[in-house]
Write a protein that binds this ligand. Structure first.
Ligand code: CS2
Ligand code: MG
Length: 402
């Protein structure tokens, strides 16, 4: 079998998605997600101008060698654009391998390790009461785990809180909008949210929260310590993870479980945090961390240090990434949880899926490959529209992490 064509499909059914489709001389094809929110066209160019031409004529069954060719073979390695492009190729090749074998992807990985995959939903609101009402909706739908985010009094707009009743979409403008952040106001307010959720929903519901890189290590230590009594499932991205040594300080102060890694793209980004047991959950996922081929190595490394998976699953990762991640979750022995943020009906019309939700859990389906496909004709009706992520400033105008 030989690869005859590799084409990039860009569409915007409510948000931008980039999809790679790899075709073979035997008619079998595979698709992979290549979406990097707010930087979509950079990945399109990386694939079209540099990687896709090198795929033509190769044997699609040689997934490992192709991965090594694009990773080890490249002088300029790593980085989100390059690793997203490699992930798309890798995902499409695993899809082809599954279709050729007549097996769902999780079977190729080693078979399932569990009956069903626990996911967490999103609940947010301008204030605590509205957020509690949103948590109730998730609980009614059967979710066993909910990520809670709420507006902070005195802060005009907060990460994770949707505007005007719409579902949360941060990449909302042609050029980056600027928001204002106050660590002091946030730290004083957010513990009250967890207290309210526990009072209303009891001990059993899993509560998660995303700080989205806003704190310094000592501030994160304070937050982790103050909220220990509410038994969070995890506190996510409490500080940026560039200086990984700094996480020791957080760890020394709190037993609140820590999650990180949605912006990581290499096993080397994860290594220090995992080997020093500074985190509990690794969030790197298929599309931004080099596909199944690298993610498997990350999960195996994590397993040695009691770190479990909790893959990123926001709506800016396409249904192809979600479907592929669910196969991985079904197999991976050290599974923790999977993020689920529902795609809109418009998005789901462009992508056909075989994964199923029931009572807070997903199963990936039995379709050979990863089970997700794209309707190219429908996709063509939704042209690309530039959308940028915001930037953040402190109240005095200092630029801060978004
Ligand atoms: C996030 C995302 O899902 C998450 O935990 O942090 O909302 C993230 O902001 C977006 O994926 C950015 O593109
Ligand atoms: Mg996050």
């Amino acid at each position: 079998m030989k690869i005859t064509e590799a084409k990039v499909i860009v569409c915007c059914p409510g948000r931008n998605f980039v999809t790679l489709k790899i075709m073979t001389d035997e008619g079998v094809y595979g698709v992979g997600d290549a979406t990097l929110n707010g930087r979509e066209k950079a990945v399109v160019s990386f694939l079209e101008d540099y990687l896709c031409p090198s795929l033509i004529g190769r044997d699609p069954s040689q997934i490992e060698d192709i991965w090594q060719f694009f990773y080890r073979g490249a002088y300029w390695r790593r980085g989100p654009v390059g690793m997203t492009a490699i992930a798309a190729i890798d995902t499409a090749l695993w899809d082809i391998k599954g279709k050729v074998a007549g097996m769902p992807l999780y079977q190729l990985l080693g078979g399932r390790s569990r009956d069903k995959i626990m996911v967490y939903s999103h609940a947010n609101g301008n204030d605590i009461d509205t957020t509690l009402a949103e948590v109730a909706k998730s609980v009614d739908k059967g979710y066993k785990a909910v990520r809670v985010q709420c507006g902070i009094p005195g802060v005009a707009s907060t990460y994770g809180v949707s505007k005007g009743g719409k579902s949360y979409e941060p990449a909302d403008a042609d050029l980056p909008t600027e928001s204002v952040w106050s660590t002091e106001k946030y730290l004083n307010h957010v513990p009250k949210l967890f207290e309210a959720v526990r009072n209303e929903f009891g001990e059993d519901l899993h509560i998660l929260h995303d700080v989205h890189h806003r704190l310094t290590p000592i501030e994160a230590a304070r937050l982790g310590k103050e909220v220990e009594q509410y038994h969070l499932f995890w506190l996510e991205d409490c500080v940026p993870a560039e200086n990984q040594d700094a996480w020791k300080l957080i760890r020394q102060h709190t037993t609140t479980p820590l999650a990180v890694g949605e912006v990581f793209n290499s096993i080397h980004d994860c290594r220090e945090l995992i080997q020093n047991q500074l985190i509990d959950y690794i969030r790197s996922t298929v599309v931004h961390a080099g596909g199944i081929t690298q993610l498997r190595r990350i999960a195996d490394l994590a397993a040695l240090y009691h770190v479990r998976t909790g893959f990123h699953g926001a709506t800016d990762l396409s249904p192809i990434c979600m479907g592929t991640a669910l196969h991985f979750d079904y197999w991976v022995p050290n599974f923790g949880i999977q993020e689920h943020m529902a795609h809109s009906e418009e998005m789901m019309a462009v992508f056909s899926t075989s994964y199923e939700f029931k009572d807070g859990y997903f199963t990936p389906g039995e379709t050979p490959g990863h089970g997700v496909d794209i309707d190219e004709a429908l996709a063509a009706q939704y042209p690309y529209k530039r959308a940028c992520l915001p930037v953040n400033r402190l109240e005095d105008g200092t630029l801060w992490n978004w």
